[in-house]
Design a protein around this ligand. Structure first.
Ligand code: GTP
Length: 364
């Protein structure tokens, strides 16, 4: 299947969520702006949308809405025209799409692409749009397959690809196909979502369309797909981009086993690998090991420290000999010398963990 573009296609990007699962990283920065393989996460989505012919994108903003425009401006730098539509109070996914549609120029019968702002996907958006148009669907949903569908709502289809239900999470799912967070709407269907009301597309709009017999189509494929909503998935997304498991036109430079931004200071005696990304003015000292991790700008990993599968927020410091694994270290936080943090720990911004005098060890 070839990836081809759909000229003139407009898109709405949903970027207003609070990103609670990624706290404390999202306390200061909304999830779509978190550095991922060296650039704000959204840059990957913008570049990908552009590669499919999208030229105009409306951002549906709410949480920390004012932080988006200073980063992306009018979009000219990205070859795009960007518009920002902000909800005064969060309107949920459906309400946000309805509100953002005020910024579209598409005619009622035109297709409109809608993207969740926290998904990495390798699927052929052009093919999804053409399938939508060929079947004259109300909405066409990208569906992906996951190994463990019990963690998601599942989306069964009939033999013709028509979605038959939108099922909540259950321990006994009828299919392992789930909503992959990329929709093609016929514009007039968006205009029917109630205005200025809190609406969920997943719980209200899609089930309502199915109930009333309209064609909600599933576009199923098995390409790369990842929802970066949790710390582990976020780290994995950045790592996969650096390692080239998903191609992105937005990568800021050549990658290999790691990516170091301009101004990063990585000692030749440090070991930085497994898809790690090292931000601007970040320092990795001699003897440090950084594996599969995201180091935001101005972080410091001191001599002999180990950081594995973790995210360090802006200006965070891991002191000499400390060990950090599967962790989230907030902006400006300090992990004192010799600490060995429990996997999964989250250290809040600005917190200073004192030096650990006696390193815990299983044989003490
Ligand atoms: P969690 O709080 O960790 O679940 O993350 P989230 O806030 O991003 O929620 P979720 O992953 O369910 O949201 C899916 C997509 O919809 C994300 O791209 C969100 O930014 C976006 N989103 C969710 N709620 C709203 C809203 O009320 N307004 C807008 N504009 N976008 C929203």
């Amino acid at each position: 299947m070839t990836e081809t573009s759909v000229p003139g296609l407009e898109a709405i990007l949903l970027v207003g969520g609070q990103g609670t699962r990624l706290r404390p990283l999202t306390l200061g920065t909304p999830k779509p702006l978190l550095p991922t393989a060296g650039v704000p996460f959204l840059a990957h989505q913008l570049a990908r949308a552009r590669s499919f012919g999208v030229r105009r994108i409306v951002f549906a903003t709410s949480y920390k809405a004012a932080m988006f425009e200073p980063v992306f401006g009018d979009g000219a730098e990205f070859g795009l025209s960007l518009e920002y539509m902000t909800e005064e109070t969060p309107l949920g996914t459906g309400g946000a799409i309805r509100n953002a549609a005020e910024g579209l120029t598409a005619a009622p019968t035109d297709p409109v692409l809608v993207l969740n702002g926290d998904i990495l996907s390798g699927h052929d958006i052009g093919d999804q749009v053409r399938t939508h148009l060929a079947r004259n669907a109300a909405v066409t949903l990208h569906l992906t397959e996951v190994d463990d569908p019990t963690r998601f709502g599942c989306v069964p289809t009939d033999d013709d690809g028509r979605v038959t239900a939108f099922l909540e999470k259950t321990s006994n799912p009828v299919t392992n196909r789930i909503n992959a967070g990329c929709y093609v709407f016929t514009r007039s269907v968006i205009d029917r979502i109630p205005r200025d009301e809190v609406v969920s597309v997943e719980r209200e709009t899609f089930p309502g369309l199915i109930e009333s017999g309209e064609l909600v189509l599933g576009y199923h494929d098995r390409t790369y797909w990842l929802d970066v909503g949790t710390p582990a998935a976020f780290v994995q997304g950045s790592r996969d981009l650096v390692l080239g498991r998903l191609a992105s036109p937005a990568l800021p430079g050549p990658t290999g086993d790691h990516l170091a931004l301009d101004g990063a200071d990585v000692s030749p005696e440090a070991k930085v690998n497994n898809g790690s990304a090292v931000g601007s003015r970040a320092v990795v000292e001699a003897g440090a090991v950084v594996s599969g991790s995201v180091l935001s700008d101005e972080c410091v990993v001191e001599a002999g420290a180990t950081v594995t599968d973790s995210v360090l927020g802006r200006g965070a410091r891991v002191c000499s000999g400390a060990v950090v694994r599967d962790a989230v270290i907030g902006d400006g936080a300090v992990v004192g010398p010799g600490n060995e943090l429990q996997a999964g720990i989250r250290v809040w911004p600005g917190v200073r963990l004192p030096a650990c005098a006696v390193r815990w060890s299983s044989d003490i």
